[in-house]
Design a protein around this ligand. Structure first.
Ligand code: ADP
Ligand code: ADP
Length: 230
């Protein structure tokens, strides 16, 4: 079973002008179990994105390590998908071709994975939009395409960096419900950054609260609010 574990994780940046080290994460020791939905909250600059990007393998720890199923994360891998705040869709590709992009770079397009992509498009509520282009879709719908692409490569871990923050309040609420529904279905282990505590409480099994500099986890909140189920 999937388990993500960080051991004495430090991450620092080097200021390009002064050469000084800026500590962004300090002594992070966390465990995430298979199927958990984790939200990370904390003040701006507390290291949320740094944590996510380090798990994604885009940043190297300056000390300590991250283990995914006992294997150290040394760089990006197909076992992890990242969704950022703004949907990064190719404007010249249709919804289906955008969703297939992840599989394409992994050279995994077959009839079977194509079906999978169509299934995820349906799951995010965009059946019938396969041949539409991004500019024909609302922001919320574009972010759903992004989500479908991330799910289609079937990562063991989904990393979401404020995926709903760019949306208006109404769309965001709608998407929160959608995400709950999709996660009830997929049970995908996820780490979701948000600066909204209500969003975190609504979505998460556990909330990791990061404190101010240097980034540390100051509290881990177990969320026991029963989720709405249909
Ligand atoms: P959050 O996502 O919680 O807002 P970040 O992870 O973006 O926090 O940033 C954590 C700290 O690291 C902040 O002090 C920020 O200024 C610093 N930082 C982030 N990215 C860089 C970078 N590329 N170079 C230098 N410092 C950075
Ligand atoms: P989203 O619906 O993705 O949350 P918006 O609320 O901005 O994004 O949607 C803008 C318009 O597009 C709304 O009128 C909404 O009803 C419509 N819309 C969104 N998703 C769908 C869908 N899957 N099928 C039909 N219409 C949709």
């Amino acid at each position: 079973d999937l388990k993500l574990r960080t051991r004495s994780l430090d991450v620092s940046y080097t200021n390009s002008k002064t050469g000084a080290e800026v500590m962004a994460l300090s002594d992070i020791n966390l465990e995430i179990e298979d199927g958990e939905f984790i939200c990370i909250v904390g003040p701006s600059g507390c290291g949320k994105s740094t944590f996510l990007n380090t798990v994604a393998g885009l940043i190297k720890p300056s000390r300590g390590s991250i283990l995914l199923d006992e294997e150290e994360i040394l760089g990006p891998g197909r076992d992890r998908s990242v969704v950022f705040q703004s949907p990064s869709l190719f404007p010249w590709r249709t919804v289906l071709d955008n969703v297939l992009y992840g599989l394409e770079i992994q050279k995994r397009i077959t009839d079977q994975t194509r079906k999978l992509a169509e299934g995820y498009i349906e799951m995010v509520g965009l059946k019938g939009y396969e041949n539409h282009y991004p500019h024909e879709l609302s922001g919320g719908m574009q972010q759903r395409v992004n989500l479908a692409r991330a799910l289609t490569v079937e990562p063991s871990l989904l990393l979401l960096d404020e995926p709903l923050s760019a949306l208006d309040a109404q769309t965001r609420e709608f998407m929160q419900e959608e995400i709950l529904r999709i996660w009830e279905e997929t049970k995908k282990t996820s780490i979701f950054i948000t600066h909204q505590i209500d969003e975190a409480i609504y979505l998460a099994d556990r909330v990791f609260v990061f404190g101010a500099r240097p980034g540390r986890v100051v509290e881990i909140v177990e969320v026991n609010i029963p989720r709405p189920r249909n």
